[in-house]
Design a protein around this ligand. Structure first.
Ligand SMILES: [Fe+2]
Length: 169
């Protein structure tokens, strides 16, 4: 760890740096996966989904930057290369055989949900070991990821809602 006047104990900063670097790797992977979807999606409703994936991938890129800069601010080296992201991301690899808008929507939703869940859990751990600021950052990233998950899911065909209504009758 680098020298800093930050008054958090070094052990706490080290714990946070591990969580932050882990989520930076995943965020770089996540942004690239959604960018890939932005470029490759085809089918009815294309333009709306294409633009939505653009917005979401930009949000993820901005969050990756916030994660990286918190990591640096705590005195840690930052693992910001694509090679590091590939080696350390916890996200499942992108399925290259997707067919249409619905498949892309499902795949992007799934990867957003996985990232959000991990960020939420990491926020809880950060708060427990004494870095409430990193916890707040990860919670905020979780909030934005959940918001984008909603936008992507709401843009997909609503056939599941109908099924649920019918199931209640
Ligand atoms: Fe584009």
């Amino acid at each position: 760890m680098h020298q800093t006047h930050n008054t958090l104990p070094e052990l706490v900063r080290e714990h946070s740096a591990v969580l932050l670097n882990r989520h930076l790797a995943a965020a770089i992977d996540l942004q690239a996966q959604i960018r890939h979807a932005h470029w490759n999606v085809r089918g009815p409703g294309f333009i709306g989904v294409h633009k939505l994936f653009d917005t979401v991938s930009n949000d993820v890129g901005a969050d990756a930057d916030r994660i990286a800069e918190r990591c640096a601010a705590l005195g840690s080296d930052v693992g910001g290369t694509i090679q590091t992201a590939v080696a350390q991301s916890f996200l499942v690899p992108w399925n290259q055989k997707l067919a249409d808008v619905a498949h892309y929507g499902f795949a992007v939703s799934a990867v957003l949900a996985a990232f959000s869940q991990s960020a939420r859990e990491a926020a809880g751990r950060s708060a427990t070991f004494g870095d409430s600021v990193t916890a707040d950052l990860l919670e905020d990233i979780c909030l934005r990821t959940d918001q984008n998950l909603w936008l992507v899911e709401a843009n997909m065909a609503p056939h599941n809602d109908k099924t649920q209504d019918e199931a209640k009758v």
